[in-house]
Design a protein around this ligand. Structure first.
Ligand SMILES: Cc1cc2nc3c(=O)[nH]c(=O)nc-3n(C[C@H](O)[C@H](O)[C@H](O)COP(=O)(O)OP(=O)(O)OC[C@H]3O[C@@H](n4cnc5c(N)ncnc54)[C@H](O)[C@@H]3O)c2cc1C
Length: 396
């Protein structure tokens, strides 16, 4: 008998979950609050640990058509412009980890996943259907996604993002915390930039209380730039993606070197995201409870300084698919399968969250910590930047 999974949220995590769970032989019904599937206009980096999962789902050609494949990651001082360290990506990464490192427009990644999901016969996608509440018994889980009768399924996956309704009902552990950091993001067509500012590499510029990351997206035709600075904005700005005041950004990055300033000054139309996160979960018992499991930002919203938030959502989805593929085993009930998923995911997610937080402290350091960071990068080179525990994958 086919089992039915209900998924709340049709972002990158929810669509990845729909794909993995339907590939595991389940029926899927996905409920998205918005009236259309979409993603904000910004870029995203995906490490080989994530790209390997996507390749496993048969998406290599689709990614090849829209992503960029930078040859190297360069780390520079935002103040002096000096090169601090470098990590070869391209063929070196693909050889070491079995898949390339890529950078991609979020809408392109979302589109690749949506197209794959739409080809799965057993997935039903429902737009303008916000999950409002759910209840579970030993036999089933029932969700309320509009004013009509409840919808019953065997499992509910909360992939409804950082402000997750499913998490609030499941764990009741309050709202995500403000980080005190603001992300300014912009996309610029490379052909609109002076030739010297165009780039097909990933460059991270590190400075006291700020950093900037730039990388190509849309097959290299656009440059994505993210500047993170310490700061606060009014409380109502909690939800992400506001138009930004370029003058605020200019004053927060006033001490930067001419090379970086030129890139920043060439860009118009910055968007502002107020960054939030949560402390890591304390155990698998929070990642899944009975017939309900959390996935992606609903489970582990993190600071973006390891570029792995969406990556962990995709790894979650792969692990969920593996766990739910056991459905034919009569010895395993749905809560046991979800607990297996939770057990296999919570520690890796917690580790990535903690490392992302630490990266922010190291990126933004001043004084002796900054000196130590720069020295370590110079002496140890790519050994500081490469992360086999991360890029080698955590999926089963
Ligand atoms: C500045 C910045 C840079 C980043 N860079 C990277 C990067 O380089 N690499 C990387 O891997 N990650 C990166 N991330 C993290 C990444 O963006 C997130 O981790 C990822 O988008 C989370 O996906 P998600 O599907 O879990 O949540 P979301 O993308 O938030 O999707 C949640 C979906 O659920 C829907 N929804 C919400 N509530 C309900 C409801 N009640 N019912 C139904 N639907 C609902 C929403 O409309 C949305 O479609 C970055 C984040 C930021 C802020």
């Amino acid at each position: 008998m086919l089992r039915q999974a209900l998924i709340a949220g049709g972002g990158i995590g929810g669509l990845a979950a729909a794909l993995a769970v339907s590939r595991a032989g389940w029926d899927v019904r996905l409920f998205e609050r918005a009236s259309a599937f979409s993603e904000v206009g910004a870029g995203i980096q995906l490490g080989p640990n994530v790209v390997k999962v996507l390749h496993g789902w048969g998406l290599a050609d689709a990614l090849q058509a829209v992503a960029a494949f930078p040859e190297r990651l360069q780390v520079r001082s935002a103040i002096s412009g000096q090169l601090l360290g470098e990590l070869p990506l391209g063929a070196a990464m693909a050889q070491r980890y079995g898949a390339p490192y890529l950078s991609i427009h979020r809408a392109d990644l979302h589109g690749v996943l949506l197209q794959a999901v739409q080809q799965q016969a057993d997935v039903k996608l429902h737009l303008s259907r916000p999950l409002q509440s759910f209840s579970q018994t030993a036999q089933a889980v029932t969700v309320q996604a509009d004013d009509g009768p409840g919808i019953e399924g065997d499992a509910l996956i909360g992939a409804d993002g950082i402000w997750s309704t499913v998490r609030q009902e499941l764990l009741g552990d309050g709202l995500p915390r403000r980080t005190g950091h603001l992300a300014y993001r912009a996309l610029v067509r490379q052909s609109d930039l002076p030739e010297l500012l165009r780039s097909q590499q990933i460059t991270a510029w590190l400075g006291p209380r700020m950093h900037v990351v730039q990388y190509p997206v849309r097959s290299g035709e656009f440059l994505n730039v993210v500047a993170v600075v310490h700061g606060e904005v009014a409380a109502e700005a909690d939800l992400w993606d506001h138009s930004a005041n370029a003058a605020d950004l200019a004053s927060a990055t006033a001490g930067c070197c001419a090379a970086l300033r030129e890139v920043m000054d060439a860009i118009e139309g910055w968007r502002l995201w107020v960054l939030h996160d949560r402390a890591p979960m304390q155990g698998a018992h929070q990642h899944a409870v009975g017939r309900v499991a959390l996935l992606g930002d609903a489970a582990h919203p993190m600071r973006p300084y390891l570029a792995q938030g969406a990556g962990m959502a995709i790894e979650d989805a792969a692990e969920l698919g593996h766990a739910l593929a056991q459905a034919l085993d009569p010895a395993l009930d749905v809560p046991t399968m979800l607990q297996r998923y939770a057990l296999n995911r919570w520690q890796r997610n917690a580790r990535v969250q903690a490392r992302a937080l630490r990266n922010g402290q190291v990126f933004h350091a001043g004084g002796v910590v900054r000196w130590g960071r720069d020295f370590a990068m110079k002496v140890l080179g790519e050994r500081v930047l490469d992360m086999p525990w991360l890029y080698g994958g955590g999926g089963s």
